[in-house]
Design a protein around this ligand. Structure first.
Ligand code: NAD
Length: 482
């Protein structure tokens, strides 16, 4: 039986000795950076802070590995990914502990989702090796899907390994080689991934990892002439910058950006089910999910009843030590994230929004860490700041509507188009789903599917990850006329 104390990594256990270049640890010869626990501000690990020269070395290794890796068969590459899924599974506990240490995800969530999803996604991608149309005959042409080349992958901290896997697994299946820069606040699973990939038989140089900050290593990857494509997941603001910086070398750019998911409850919905699902999708991972359901649109004449049910259900979302097996919500991932989310809650209060649960400030008894109260605002004006901007924390806005057309207009009325949700009688909900501007719509709490394409419309991004589309994104088409 484990307890919180036996789970916490020992001092220096998670330190990262170097980058991962050409199948070996490449000691960082420059400065280092620290990963800090959001529970108490303690230093969790020291990590090399890479430079443009480190990126040069990683790109050279990736280019050297490209001819051999891209000429293996999709079936062989799928077999490597299948083994990688197994190697990640055997390292599940280490992965979970690293993620709890770096971003404060509750350990049970870290095991199930943060460490579990990457296994499922890697396996799902591996299974596509035989189903993608790598070569197609169209009239007198052979249309061939080839790898794009060397892919630069830039990822955020909120699901540290999952965001990495949704890029590198399809990129590798398609025959590309990769240079990855993990998020600087959550880099601790990257060495475990490198170890798992080597154990799975991925050739040296097919996956390279350079640690560091976005402004240095991220920019170097984005602008590097030896990188053919950049796949970025992160904020809309940085994504725009990446797209501009990549244009000088005419790289392919894939962007997975922010969101402001509207969850539209129709009058014919099962309200009890809708309320329970809403809080789970809004607050899991402390609301630090691009697809978090942050706006709940309800019929005006049911508003008060639904808010009362939400407040009642919210009592179960207690905040506590993420190393405790029973904790539902840990801290936010960093002090900077706490400042940001708290400022939004304060703005909501200052704007006179109806605060019905939670609120600003530190959580009593947990003042030393980045703990925040999950918060609900009721009767929210859809044009208000908290209902328009991505907060990336456990803050739910309940917005009343008077007609279905108005509800659809509110749902579509942000710059984002990543996710949406609808609750209602099935055919009715499907019809409304068709009117929503979003890359994915969850009807009556439909479950995440690793074989379905994932991505955004509008300022939530371009391109798709996962499923067949997620692999095709990493391919270039060549038409050979016969
Ligand atoms: P971020 O944009 O600050 O950083 C993302 C990555 O980009 C990090 O690795 C960072 O170091 C790097 N970066 C920063 N500046 C850069 C630059 N100038 N050039 C190149 N790279 C640079 O995002 P974050 O705070 O780490 O993550 C939160 C954001 O990510 C939220 O907006 C969230 O919605 C988004 N997100 C989107 C998805 C999706 O699939 N659409 C998934 C998860 C998170």
């Amino acid at each position: 039986m484990t307890n919180a104390l036996t789970l916490v990594p020992a001092p220096h256990e998670l330190d990262i000795a170097g980058h991962w270049i050409g199948g070996a640890t490449a000691p960082g010869d420059g400065p280092t950076m620290e990963v800090v626990s959001p529970v108490d501000g303690a230093v969790v690990a020291t990590v090399p802070r890479g430079s443009a020269a480190d990126v040069d070395r990683a790109v050279a290794a990736a280019r050297a590995a490209l001819p051999a890796w891209s000429s293996t068969s999709p079936a062989d590459r799928g077999a490597v990914l299948h083994r990688l899924a197994g190697e990640l599974e055997t390292r599940r506990e280490r992965i979970a502990r690293a993620i709890t240490a770096e971003i404060g995800a509750p350990i049970a969530l870290a095991r199930a989702a943060h460490a579990g999803f990457p296994v499922a996604v890697t396996e799902a991608v591996a299974s596509l090796a035989g189903t993608i149309a790598w070569t197609e005959e169209i009239g007198n042409s052979l249309v061939v899907r080839e790898p794009v080349g060397v892919v630069g992958a830039l990822t955020p901290w909120n699901f540290p390994l999952q965001q990495v896997i949704t890029k590198i697994a399809p990129a590798l299946l398609a025959g590309n080689t990769v240079v990855l820069k993990p998020a600087e606040t959550a880099p601790l699973t990257a060495p475990i991934l490198a170890e798992a990939a080597a154990a799975a038989g991925l050739p040296a140089g097919a996956l390279n990892i350079v640690h560091g900050v976005g402004a240095v290593v991220g920019e170097a990857i984005t602008t590097h002439a030896g990188i053919d494509m950049v796949s970025f997941t992160g904020s809309t603001a940085v994504g725009k910058r990446v797209a501009v910086a990549a244009s000088d070398t005419v790289k392919r750019v894939a962007l997975e950006l922010g969101g402001k998911t509207a969850n539209l409850v129709l009058p014919d919905a099962d309200l009890e089910h809708a309320v329970a699902e809403t809080l789970a999708y809004s607050w899991t991972n402390s609301g630090q999910a691009c697809g978090a359901w942050t706006r709940l649109l309800v019929p005006a004449d049911r508003h008060d009843e639904i808010v009362a049910a939400l407040v009642d259900a919210a009592q179960a979302y207690t905040v506590g030590d993420p190393w405790d097996e029973t904790t539902r919500l840990g801290p936010l991932a960093s002090e900077a994230q706490w400042e940001r989310v708290n400022a939004y809650i304060e703005r909501g209060v200052a704007a006179g929004l109806d605060l019905v649960h939670g609120g600003p400030g530190r959580v009593p008894g947990l003042e030393r860490g980045a703990f925040i109260r999950p918060t609900i605002f009721a009767n929210v004006d859809p044009r208000s700041v908290v209902a328009q901007e991505e907060i990336f924390g456990p803050v739910l806005s309940v917005i009343p509507y008077h007609s279905e057309d108005e509800a659809v207009a509110i749902a579509n009325g942000t710059i984002y188009g990543l996710g949406a949700a609808v609750f209602g009688e099935r055919d009715h909900a499907l019809a409304v789903a068709g009117r929503l501007e979003a890359g994915q719509v969850y009807v009556n709490g439909g479950r995440f599917n690793p074989l379905a394409p994932f991505g955004g419309t509008k300022q939530s991004g371009t391109g798709r990850e996962m499923g067949v589309a997620g692999v095709e994104e990493f391919t270039e088409l060549k038409a050979i006329q016969l």
